[in-house]
Design a protein around this ligand. Structure first.
Ligand code: CTP
Length: 405
């Protein structure tokens, strides 16, 4: 990812648990994102992982105890608390969460948390039974009420063999979550409507015409707009993605359903971002029973009719939002994208190359942004990073327009 945490001073606390080993990868990811990292291990964490690993990865001395005289002489714990812009505890064990909730200062990490004015984020990891326990949940209510941010946990198979909630989020997800809390609130107070995914155009009860859009770009844009302070509605075609927290999701299947869902909401939106790969055509009629191949040698002809162009219709509304389209092209990307910008009367178009090895069904992407009067290339990056850059761009263009008006 790009330098979403550039210059940020992150104090990483690692508490005891088998997931402590993932803390090592987390240090790398934080540094890749541009952060400076200092690590504190609890004494229990140091049973699972060595301070030396974290020292090598962070490039800084690692602290494990309040009573380390040489460390206190170098950077005392109060200085360390003042140094931090962010405190992140990953993994946060049930025990550590309990001690934080009580405000204990019985060892270095909890003492630092009390002494530090920086925002505190925790990524819990524990057995699913411990996570579900009323004591843990009550402690989390206490911490959340104090403004502590809780990342995860994830659901899945655990080191102990149980399956359930309590897995540490992946290091990349933790970095994304931290970056999200730092995102500039450039869309605060705006309502953003996003479409995502493919549409399925039914042929009969078991068959449909679809496409390879995964919906990931649109979901990333919805999350980035939310992080930028917008109130987000996401109209999603059939995708296999979980809804980002805090976003209103409307599920649809066909282009006509997407059309109805969008048009019912577009006039109330400040920004419309159309990432969906809407099927241009649908069967003229949907067979009520499964089509049979009556004669092996004869072909099958489907009559197709055109679907409404949702994007163009939104752009034609009398009181239209700021309208952003997408163009997925296999060749002549810029020329086709410019033509679409003009033909559909858009405020901005984001074009990308699709085909072998790029575009659909991938985690990263590259985008070319074109608007009346300018262009900018966004180099290959994770879809979330691109989404953040796109959101920043939209905010910038809207602000420039406001200033010109
Ligand atoms: N779009 C839409 N409704 C449609 C078709 C497309 O809202 N019925 C939107 C897409 O979400 C995307 C943009 O329009 O933002 C894509 O433009 P379009 O010209 O439809 O792209 P293609 O279908 O790829 O067109 P072409 O076949 O001309 O390349």
């Amino acid at each position: 990812m790009s330098h979403a945490l550039a210059g940020l001073r992150v104090l990483l606390g690692v508490s005891g648990g088998i997931a402590a080993y993932k803390g090592a990868e987390l240090v790398r990811r934080l540094r890749d994102a541009g952060a400076q990292v200092r690590v504190v291990l609890t004494e229990n964490a140091a049973r699972f992982v060595t301070p030396l690993t974290f020292q090598a990865l962070s490039g800084n001395p690692v602290r494990t105890s309040l009573w380390d005289e040489s460390a206190e002489a170098a950077m005392g714990h109060i200085e360390l608390a003042r140094w931090a812009d962010e405190v992140l505890i990953a993994p946060a064990s049930a025990d550590l969460i309990a001690r934080l909730a009580q405000g204990q200062a019985d060892e270095l990490l909890t003492t630092l948390c009390l002494a530090c004015a920086a925002p505190l984020s925790i990524a819990p990891a524990m057995n699913q039974q411990m996570w579900a326990h009323a004591a843990t949940q009550a402690n989390l209510v206490t911490l959340r009420a104090r403004g502590v941010r809780v990342f995860g946990p994830g659901v899945g198979e655990q080191a102990c063999g149980d399956v359930g909630s309590g897995r540490l989020l992946e290091p990349g997800e933790i970095v994304e979550a931290l970056a999200a809390t730092r995102a500039p609130r450039v869309l605060a107070g705006t309502r953003v409507l996003v479409t995502a995914g493919p549409t399925f155009e039914d042929i009969d009860p078991v068959r449909f015409i679809g496409n390879r859009s995964s919906g990931r770009m649109g979901f990333a844009i919805a999350a980035a707009a939310r992080d930028a302070g917008a109130q987000v509605t996401l109209v999603a075609g059939p995708v296999n993605l979980s809804t980002p927290a805090g976003i209103e999701r409307v599920d649809v299947r066909s282009a006509q359903q997407m059309h109805a869902a969008v048009l019912a909401r577009a006039a109330g939106a400040d920004v419309f971002i159309s990432t969906a790969a809407v099927g241009d055509f649908r069967p003229a009629s949907v067979a009520s029973q499964k089509l049979k191949k009556t004669d092996r040698n004869s072909g099958l002809t489907l009559d197709l009719v055109q679907n409404p162009d949702i994007l163009a219709e939104v752009a034609d509304l009398p009181q239209r939002p700021f309208v952003v389209g997408f163009a997925a092209e296999t060749h002549d990307v810029e020329a086709y994208a410019r033509a679409k910008l003009e033909r559909k009367n858009l405020d901005l178009i984001a074009a990308n190359q699709v085909g072998e090895g790029c575009g659909f069904e991938r985690d990263d992407n590259a985008l070319l942004l074109i608007w009346p009067g300018g262009r900018q290339e966004l180099a290959t990056a994770s879809k979330l990073t691109l989404a953040r850059d796109l959101v920043a761009h939209i905010a910038h263009l809207r602000a420039a327009r406001g200033a010109a008006a």
